[in-house]
Structures are given as structure tokens and as C-alpha cells.
Design a protein. Structure first.
Length: 60
């Protein structure tokens, strides 16, 4: 779970930079955030967290 927070921060920074560069509109960024929020509330959210931890564990 400790590997998820830096990933969230990096993805947040990337989203902000995309919005500022006008590659992604603000409403699209809101939809991206809502998708992530609702994905985290489903049982699939735990599978995504486990997969990310597994991938980052192999790199570290």
C-alpha cells in the first residue's frame, strides 16, 4: 500500500500538467478523477493495488 501514494502523486502531477498544456480539458480531468475514485470503491480497486504493488516490488 505504501507504493500507491507516490504513484497517485505522480499521476496527479501528470494530470495537472496535461490540463495546463491544454492536452486534456478540465472536464476530462474531472472524469479521469471520478473514474479512479469509483474504481477504487469496487473490488477491482484492490486487484489494481495488488498488481501495482507486485510490479513495483519486482522493480525494487
Amino acid at each position: 500500500m505504501e507504493a500507491v501514494m507516490p504513484l497517485v502523486v505522480v499521476l496527479g502531477i501528470i494530470t495537472v500538467l496535461l490540463v495546463r498544456s491544454r492536452d486534456v480539458r478540465a472536464w476530462e480531468a474531472v472524469l479521469i478523477g471520478l473514474f479512479g475514485f469509483y474504481l477504487a470503491m469496487t473490488p477491482m480497486g484492490w486487484a489494481v493495488v495488488a498488481t501495482v504493488n507486485w510490479l513495483l516490488g519486482g522493480l525494487g
